[in-house]
Design a protein around this ligand. Structure first.
Ligand code: TXA
Ligand code: MG
Length: 326
């Protein structure tokens, strides 16, 4: 299974209905021609992901985003806000959920009348998108429910034999998935579907307050599932010294912002306490601990600001399975 940096080969495989893992600034995606349902179906099969979970469509420009959406359905001031968000935050880790153009297949949107679009801030992803005659639908390139990949090797380890090519763009610079917001026609306001790589504070500075979506998009929407991004080992969140006492005698791995708590294995995500650096290292740290000989993973709660909000969200989902088991 080839890993490489050949953008032309990736483009050719995508043109002929293949699936290719691509680097983005957030996490690696598993991409297919968004206009080719047969190719898109292969993504769901490779990930073993339920096909009622809608995918994000990746574009190379605001123009292409306007092509896959139908913003004319929105009030003029909302159209203006959507365009302003694209211009302000793209390329970058902000996904917008907007009314869809009829050309986008139901398999991509799970039959919803909206589509999620984003323009990734990765030079290789953008070069690839610019070569292609179509946008790319791509979920994160991990088996359904597991930790998202932030290096080409992570993809190779888990989906290597199920993808046609892995385009290696180095380690992801943001490290957590995009922030997803959408215009909710019913409530007449922008809502947050998932915190992520663009701090919500920055989005709110542009368009005012963006409350969490109250309704789930689909019966089950994996990115918003309680238990998701989950390692195989139990994860517990809280004050580390207290948790270490409670689990004394067991082999413990710890994820913390800047303090080394002296566990068997310690993953200090940012010695300087920088939340963006911590986000960049989060998924690798979870993987390292999951693949190590520790019995359980303890994580501290991160400051709930900037990328700390996305980190806490992913840790909570990683811990959800453990909580369910008690
Ligand atoms: O950073 C990212 O967003 C990465 C990279 C590869 O771009 N992609 C990613 O895709 O995280 P995925 O499929 O793992 O998560 C996308 C989330 C899903 O939870 C899905 O439910 C939500 O986007 N979504 C997609 N279309 C939607 C829609 N029309 N309305 C609401 N949520 C939607
Ligand atoms: Mg995902």
């Amino acid at each position: 299974m080839p890993i490489g940096t050949d953008i032309n080969q990736a483009a050719e495989l995508l043109r002929t209905g293949g699936i290719v893992a691509i680097p983005t600034e957030t996490v690696y995606g598993l991409a297919a021609n968004a206009f080719n349902p047969e190719a898109v179906l292969k993504i769901f099969q490779a990930k073993q992901r339920p096909s009622f979970d809608p995918l994000i469509v990746h574009v190379h420009s605001v123009e292409q985003a306007l092509d896959v959406t139908d913003t004319a359905q929105l009030a003029p001031e909302v159209q203006a806000q959507a365009k302003a968000l694209m211009q302000r935050f793209w390329p970058g880790p902000l996904t917008l959920v907007l009314p869809k153009d009829p050309r986008v297949p139901d398999l991509v949107t799970s039959g919803l009348d909206t589509v999620a679009v984003r323009m990734p801030a990765h030079p290789m992803a953008l070069a690839l998108l610019q070569k292609l005659e179509f946008p790319l639908s791509a979920p994160s390139a991990n088996p359904f429910g597991y930790i998202s990949p932030t290096t080409a090797q992570h993809v190779q380890d888990q989906l290597g034999d199920r993808v046609d090519y892995i385009l290696d763009g180095g380690p992801c610079s943001v490290g957590v998935e995009s922030t997803i917001i959408g215009y909710d026609a019913e409530s007449g306001r922008w809502v947050l579907y998932r915190p992520g790589g663009t701090p919500l504070e920055a989005v709110e500075a542009a368009i005012g307050s963006v409350p969490a979506a109250r309704k789930k998009v689909m019966p089950v929407s994996p990115g918003t599932l309680e238990s998701h991004y989950a390692p195989r080992k139990p994860v517990f969140i809280g004050p580390i010294p207290k948790l270490m006492q409670r689990h004394a005698g067991r082999r413990i791995g710890v994820i913390s912002l800047h303090t080394n708590h002296g566990a068997a294995i310690n993953q200090v995500l940012s010695p300087e306490g920088d939340l963006a650096e911590a986000a960049r290292h989060l998924f690798s740290a979870l993987r390292t601990l999951d693949n190590s000989d520790v019995e359980l993973i303890l994580a501290e709660e991160f400051p709930p600001e900037g990328l700390g909000t996305a980190i806490n969200d992913r840790l909570r989902r990683a811990a959800a399975g453990a909580r369910e088991q008690g």
